[in-house]
Design a binder for this molecule. Structure first.
Ligand code: SAM
Length: 225
């Protein structure tokens, strides 16, 4: 449970070298100040399909998956290590990593204000029962936290096969003063929307069952004057 989760007391206390050894110098190294920072976050990354696709779409960015289930996390770790080994000559997949965390609790311990440019919420757990709705990963309170972490112009991506959850996420993010929903035309042009429709394990399952996929994307608008 949560009391077993490890998290840094502030973003500057996090040792990212462990997760991105080829791209981030060790913390004790003086050049750490210049190191790259995580910019893209996959919340509840599951088995890592999105991460693996994003790795080659954004080779210059550090991408992190957060996942609460220990075994699933280990699976993704092994998957990434294997990919790094297979592609060692090209230096691919050094830019993706997975971290066991409860994304509803400690995000500001890991990331600073405006650090992120993209956050993905792909097929989040629906928590169907009304009394469980507060456990949903998008709520008004969490939307404010996401707005803090995303820089203006940054994007929240959501996709689900559950219409009620889609409507819930749209309602909570649209009514937030720091988010504006992006158009269907924007979605059609964006490469990440294509990836999240096709490359997540959950998305593939929905595809096999001929289910619907509901997409909604939101831009983090500028802070008010
Ligand atoms: N995004 C993946 C996909 O599309 O294939 C996985 C979707 S799966 C239905 C939802 C995932 O979110 C599960 O792997 C679950 O363990 C994870 N999860 C749920 N709540 C979480 C939380 N608070 N923090 C991190 N991960 C969470």
């Amino acid at each position: 449970s949560d009391h077993l989760l490890e998290y840094p007391i502030s973003p500057s206390h996090m040792d990212w070298h462990k997760l991105y050894p080829a791209l981030v110098p060790p913390k004790e190294d003086a050049s750490t100040e210049l190191a790259k920072e995580v910019e893209i976050l996959d919340v509840g990354c599951g088995f890592g399909g999105l991460l693996v696709s994003l790795a080659t779409e954004f080779p210059d960015k550090l991408i992190l998956g957060m996942e609460i289930r220990v075994q699933v996390c280990h699976y993704v770790e092994d998957r990434i290590i294997a990919l790094r080994q297979q592609h060692a000559n090209e230096g691919k997949y050094n830019n993706i990593a997975v971290l066991r965390a409860n994304a509803m609790k400690f995000l500001p311990n890991f990331f600073g204000k405006g650090q992120l440019t993209k956050m993905f919420f792909c097929f989040p757990d629906p928590h169907f029962k009304v009394r469980k709705h507060k456990a949903r990963i998008v709520t008004s309170t969490l939307a404010s936290e996401y707005a803090y972490l995303l820089r203006p112009g940054g994007i929240i991506y959501t996709i689900t096969d559950v219409l009620d959850l889609h409507q819930w996420m749209v309602r909570h993010l649209e009514s937030h003063p720091l988010f504006r929903r992006l158009s269907k035309e924007w979605e059609d042009e964006d490469p990440c929307v294509k990836i999240m429709r096709k490359e997540t394990e959950e998305g593939k399952k929905v595809e096999r069952n001929n289910g619907d996929k509901w997409v909604a994307c939101f831009v983090r608008v500028d802070d008010p004057e």
